[in-house]
Design a protein around this ligand. Structure first.
Ligand SMILES: Nc1nc2c(c(=O)[nH]1)N[C@H]1C(S)=C(S)[C@@H](COP(=O)(O)O)O[C@H]1N2
Ligand SMILES: [Mo]
Length: 561
């Protein structure tokens, strides 16, 4: 005869499955840190592959093709699910059976992980923590599913049911399923009062707390799912780091000429001509930096083209690469601000790809999209006019850093970043400005935004105290793709004096400038303005960054003593 306090088999199976899912989810999460190969399902799968006789392996590869790994892992999961359900059913009678079963699985997982080449002791953590979570979950669910005081035939017995019930008959040492008073302390809709109105025969369905079990199962499923997703994200990050570390950069077909002598005055406190990657400003909308694996990356070029293109990262690297020094600037940069940096980029010329795709007449916008959905609208004529607009893969001789758009980003000299420099770019739609809108346009920023000629004083710093006598005033000026022709400085609104200019490799970078100043004691105001190669001198009139870039002269005050 079935014990009165035993939940139905399906409840046990559900508890077992949930416990199994939590165990795997938690293991997956920990494997996100310890390494995906330490996830026990993968480790067991790898062992199975190693132990499989070659003919069977060949059969599997023939039968399932490239999906053989997926089929294998799927198979392992199905077997695990069946066993987890069976454990849950068995645990209704003997909770220890559930624990023992889970522990046995843990042992298999630990063995599998440890036999993997290069396995470390930390590799067992996902299995151990996962099994612990599974045991805990199973016990919790069993307690939740536990049968309430037996609805006996005679109502008389029911009077004391809340206190007594089956607790008296439960073995003292047995925990979990029958260990503590689920029914007594519950008071829920199917609590002690309920059995009074229950009819004999209703016990199988209504005697255990179905609702408490199901809410427990739902919580377990949520925990398992969240842990799995988070574990995957962490593993993706590792995979991308590994892929990035393993890449070798092809040599450029069109290398940049060595920097001319004198591009960098090497004055301490002055921005170096080339910004180191780790010092390069970062601006994007990504809360979590997209992790894009170069193995699965694709670039789609479509829209108003004759021949849409889809290419892999390997396809991209096979194309002739161009190297160029380009200064990137953010439209949000206030006058005197830090959102600017200069690097040597390596990439495929966007114009080459677009020409191959065949631009249709009437197209005037490239709507590029990043892996995280950010979009950017770039004028077609700018990209096609011969400048070094690139799908860049490297920055200062290093594979593109993840923060700066790995594996591929756009760089277009002369345009603010938000209309040109899409990081993690995966899609370019050739379209029209009157048909499409990029991310920042409806948010109050101009649809088109060429960089405005600007200059900045780096030295001395705003508010600094300077020793009287000869001192250096220095900074950078930029007018990308036009070039800087002159920089002038004035002190206390006196005469403008010409600063000396550093050499530049071309019009697409910023330009250092410097000036000697005989500082006299007191408070002084220093202003700077640049004139670009088109003869335009920076306007004095100040304007905020929105909607298309700040204007005004950078002005600082210093104390000379
Ligand atoms: N995917 C993506 N790309 C993006 C952005 C973004 O938010 N998302 N911001 C742009 C802006 S506003 C600028 S200024 C540059 C900054 O590039 P950096 O972070 O490499 O300096 O990236 C551009 N590319
Ligand atoms: Mo920006």
């Amino acid at each position: 005869m079935q014990r009165q306090d035993m939940a139905p088999a399906w409840a046990g199976a559900l508890a077992g499955l949930t416990a199994g899912a939590v165990a795997l989810g938690v293991a997956r999460l920990v494997a996100g840190i310890a390494g995906p190969e330490t996830f026990p399902v993968v480790a067991v799968g790898d062992v199975v592959v190693d132990l499989t006789p070659p003919p069977v392996k060949d059969f599997a590869i023939n039968a399932f093709g490239a999906n053989d790994k997926t089929v294998l892992v799927g198979g392992v999961l199905v077997v695990l699910a069946v066993i987890a359900a069976a454990l849950g059913i068995a645990a209704r009678r003997r909770p220890v059976a559930g624990d023992a079963g889970l522990l046995a699985f843990g042992a298999v997982g630990v063995l599998a992980v440890l036999t993997r080449p290069g396995a470390g002791i930390t590799g067992v953590l996902p299995t151990v923590v996962g099994v612990a979570a599974g045991v805990w979950t199973l016990r919790l669910l069993e307690r939740r599913a536990r049968l309430h005081p037996a609805p006996a035939e005679e109502p008389a017995v029911l009077a004391g049911a809340g206190e007594a019930g089956f607790r008296g008959e439960a073995g003292a040492g047995e925990a979990g399923f029958r260990g503590d008073g689920g029914a007594g302390e519950d008071g829920g809709p199917s609590g002690v009062e309920r059995p009074v109105v229950m009819r004999p025969g209703a016990s199988a369905a209504g005697g255990f707390d179905r609702r408490r079990l199901l809410t427990g199962v739902a919580s377990g499923v949520v925990v398992a799912g969240a842990a799995t997703v988070l574990g995957r994200v962490l593993s993706d990050r590792q995979a991308v780091d590994t892929a990035r570390g393993g890449l070798a950069l092809p040599a450029p077909a069109t290398p940049a000429a060595p920097l001319p002598a004198g591009t960098d005055f090497r004055i301490s406190g002055l921005s170096p001509f080339t910004t180191r990657n780790r010092d390069f400003y970062r601006v994007d909308t990504a809360l979590v930096v997209p992790q894009v694996n170069p193995r699965t990356w694709r670039l789609r070029v479509h829209g108003m083209v004759d021949r849409p293109i889809e290419m892999t990262f390997a396809d991209l690297l096979k194309r002739p690469l161009t190297e160029a020094d380009i200064t990137l600037t953010c439209v949000s940069n206030p006058v005197g601000g830090e959102y600017i940096g200069n690097a040597r980029w390596l990439g495929v010329r966007m114009a080459d790809v677009l020409r191959e795709a065949g631009l249709q007449s009437g197209a005037d916008m490239l709507l590029s999209t990043s892996a995280d959905g950010f979009t950017c609208g770039t004028p077609v004529d700018v990209v096609m006019d011969g400048r070094d607009a690139l799908f860049a893969v490297a920055m200062n001789g290093e594979v593109l850093p993840v923060d700066h758009g790995f594996p591929v980003r756009q760089v277009v000299p002369g345009l603010y970043g938000y209309v040109s420099a899409t990081k993690w770019v995966v899609d370019v739609k050739v379209t029209r400005f009157d048909r499409d809108e990029a991310y920042w346009t409806p948010r109050g920023w101009a649809a088109k935004a060429p960089i405005k000629t600007q200059s900045r004083i780096d030295l001395p710093r705003q508010g600094a105290t300077v020793r009287a006598g000869r001192t250096t005033v220095a900074g950078v000026a930029w007018a990308q793709h036009t070039g800087i022709d002159a920089v002038e400085v004035r002190v206390d609104r006196g005469e403008w004096r010409q600063a000396r200019l550093a050499a530049v490799p071309g019009p697409d970078t910023w330009r250092q400038w410097a000036l000697d100043w005989d500082a006299t004691p007191g408070r002084h105001t220093i202003e700077v303005r640049a004139t670009d190669a088109a003869g335009r001198t920076q306007a004095e009139q100040g304007a905020p960054p929105a909607p298309d870039g700040a204007t005004g002269w950078h002005t600082i005050t210093v104390q000379v003593s």
